[in-house]
Unconditional design. Structure first.
Length: 267
């Protein structure tokens, strides 16, 4: 499986795109502003979108992408784009975006029988079969209904935490999986630790506590995502400092790396 990082920033700025990953060429995980860097033919080949939650930085490009490729997909006789999400996420999209006020309701265009998009409800623990891939829905702890994902590959699972704060259930499941790499958010620096807690995001000190839940003897690449552009340097410095002093004396340092748009992983 090929994973292309389209966006991994916690906000927009020059060179910063919000969360989106392209798995092979037909499955999109989140639809942040990074989707806008795809060519039209690349967007038209996407048949499945898996959303972690309804916040704008993770869904902003979804309505625009559907509009952009509508004519191409209709001319090609493509099936409706399937948007897989938790029921609460689907409800938020229907009420606040695809409501014929903010954006057309593409689940009824050109008709309810032959729409451009179909919403497919998912549940934590479910294993989705999409585009020939097995992708498990993982728990997340956020201010709105949220989840993460684990995609099975030949070399192990590609694991994405989604937006989350401290999440024991996530680690309980991840420790049972053969992990090839893990992508986890750290949205705020410790200077903004109170805001991180209130908004249910991680900061470097809480990230360190979370990584302590990885079973002893397990080590795999851990990529940091969703940093706020104004604090990225500080967040990186703080994570490195915490990682140099693990709380368990028998631990070695984690293999922590920095995610960036444009990266590609072959798994």
């Amino acid at each position: 499986m090929r994973v292309r990082v389209l966006g991994c920033s916690g906000a927009i700025a020059q060179g910063c795109r919000t969360t989106s990953f392209l798995l092979d060429d037909d499955v999109l995980v989140d639809a942040g502003t990074g989707v806008g860097d795809l060519r039209l033919d690349e967007m038209a080949r996407i048949n499945h979108v898996l959303l972690t939650h309804s916040h704008l930085d993770h869904v902003a490009s979804l309505p625009l992408m559907i509009d952009a490729v509508a004519a191409l997909r209709m001319a090609a006789g493509a099936p409706p784009l399937q948007v897989h999400a938790l029921p609460g996420t689907i409800a938020a999209l229907r009420v606040h975006i695809f409501n014929n006020l903010i954006w057309p309701d593409f689940s009824a265009i050109p008709s309810a029988d032959t729409p451009l998009v179909r919403f497919e409800s998912i549940a934590v623990g479910q294993v989705l079969q999409v585009g020939g891939k097995a992708i498990e829905v993982l728990p997340a702890v956020h201010t709105v209904p949220a989840c993460g994902y684990a995609a099975a590959t030949a070399s192990g699972h590609w694991v994405f935490s989604g937006d989350t704060e401290r999440n024991p259930a996530f680690w309980q499941r991840v420790n049972q999986l053969p992990v090839a790499l893990l992508i986890i958010e750290t949205a705020f620096s410790d200077r903004e630790k109170a805001l991180a807690k209130r908004s249910l995001h991680l900061a470097p000190s809480t990230l360190a506590e979370e990584l302590d839940q990885i079973d002893r003897g397990r080590r795999y690449p851990i990529y940091i995502t969703h940093t706020k552009p104004a604090e990225t340097g500080l967040i990186m410095d703080e994570i490195q400092r915490f990682d140099q002093t693990p709380s368990r004396v028998d631990d070695v340092r984690h293999d922590i790396r920095w995610l960036s748009a444009g990266q590609t992983f072959e798994l």
